[in-house]
Design a protein around this ligand. Structure first.
Ligand SMILES: NC(=O)c1ccc[n+]([C@@H]2O[C@H](COP(=O)([O-])OP(=O)(O)OC[C@H]3O[C@@H](n4cnc5c(N)ncnc54)[C@H](O)[C@@H]3O)[C@@H](O)[C@H]2O)c1
Length: 338
């Protein structure tokens, strides 16, 4: 093995952990996967035998293994903080799936621990920052191609809620992607959020709300709208349109092909995010491995970005429950993230 190969351990081999493990083993250059762990042992064994990795008995064993240089954490949301803290204690670079943590206290604890280490070891899994569509949009915005952004309209629809429909989870687990990508596109934070719920779709259990209409206002006054529809049935779809002072940017869906058959023209819609964002996941992992190999500084979303996303999406939960606009204020940004 090339001595510069980054040997990765993967914690959580569900949907996304398995995809990351396979990608790191087969598509990404400069990496191999040497260890995996999942509480569902058979799932871990299946992935391990597919890519030639070992199954270790605990997440801690993966983090501490001498032959593991870097760790992917793809376990359920509520375990991210605990496992990230263990990774920071071991001084290992991590690709931590979003969200940073489901509570502000946990998110803050991870950020404080990384600041205490004094080194950016965590890249948050906000992979849309690596999607060719969003990247092109960011370039156009930076070049001033449509003047100043005034409004951004986002649509985020899932065929079904992957972890069961829970409106709070729609905000902290799913809409958190828009929370991050719009912050990144616009280069500013939010000052305010409002969330409206209306007529529920047919697959919405009692007591939950879906779809949701979320509006953020940024510190300079840009309005960001998000239609978040977790039970849209027809497929997975994400769109983004920037209304500028001098034109409009629409994110093209470069991944879709228009197919014409007998008297019908149309496009396949993916069932899940892996279909739409495959290239973004791969480039995200490649950039992460390259940065660990010393080919670049830290890349992707930082723990600070994860913290800002947590503050903003948790404020959206308050806005949903109170039916009122809720102010958003971030603490002082630690020097590590400037
Ligand atoms: N960036 C993205 O677009 C994206 C997409 C999908 C999921 N995710 C995130 O990735 C995480 C996993 O999501 P998923 O869709 O793969 O879920 P999943 O349910 O398919 O997989 C989670 C896996 O974690 C395992 N697990 C449970 N407890 C564990 C523990 N203590 N230690 C290790 N593994 C444990 C489960 O057995 C399961 O195999 C979530 O936090 C989710 O938010 C991000």
């Amino acid at each position: 093995m090339d001595p510069m190969t980054i040997r990765v351990g993967v914690i959580g081999t569900g949907n996304i952990g398995t995809a990351h493990a396979r990608s790191l083993a087969r598509e990404v250059s400069g990496s191999s996967v040497v260890a995996v762990f999942d509480v569902a042992r058979e799932r871990a064994e299946e992935v391990a035998s597919d890519i030639g990795a070992r199954v270790l008995p605990t997440a801690q064993a993966v983090i501490e293994a001498d032959n593991v240089d870097a760790v992917v954490i793809a376990s359920p949301d509520h375990l991210h903080a605990e496992q990230a803290l263990a990774g920071l204690a071991a001084g290992k670079p991590m690709m931590l799936e979003k969200p940073l943590a489901p509570t502000l206290e946990q998110a803050r604890e991870v950020m404080d621990a990384e600041v205490a280490v004094g080194k950016r070891l965590i890249m948050l899994g906000f992979m849309r920052r690596f999607d060719p569509g969003y990247m092109a949009m960011k370039r156009s915005l930076t070049d001033g191609a449509v003047g100043e952004a005034l409004v951004v309209h986002n649509v985020h629809r899932n065929a079904y809620a992957p972890y069961g429909l829970d409106s709070a989870l729609s905000l902290t687990n799913s809409a958190v992607h828009e929370v991050d990508i719009n912050r990144w596109l616009l280069g500013e934070d939010y000052s305010w959020v409002q969330v409206l719920s209306g007529k529920p779709g047919p697959d919405v259990p009692a007591g939950q709300q879906d779809p949701l209409l979320i509006t953020f206002r940024t510190t300079s006054g840009v309005l960001v709208t998000i239609e978040m529809f977790m039970t849209a049935r027809y497929g997975y779809e994400v769109t983004c349109q920037v209304v500028g002072s001098d034109g409009i940017l629409d994110m093209g869906d470069g991944t879709f092909v228009t197919r014409t058959t007998s008297r019908l023209r149309g496009q396949d819609i993916p069932e899940l995010w892996l279909g739409r964002f495959g290239e973004a996941y791969r480039s995200e992992l490649q950039a992460w491995i390259d940065s660990i190999r010393g080919e670049s500084g830290p890349v992707g979303a930082s723990t600070w970005d994860g913290y800002a996303a947590a503050v903003s999406s948790l404020a959206a939960i308050d806005a949903l429950t109170s039916n009122e606009a809720v102010g958003i204020e971030l603490p002082h940004r630690p020097a590590l993230y400037i």
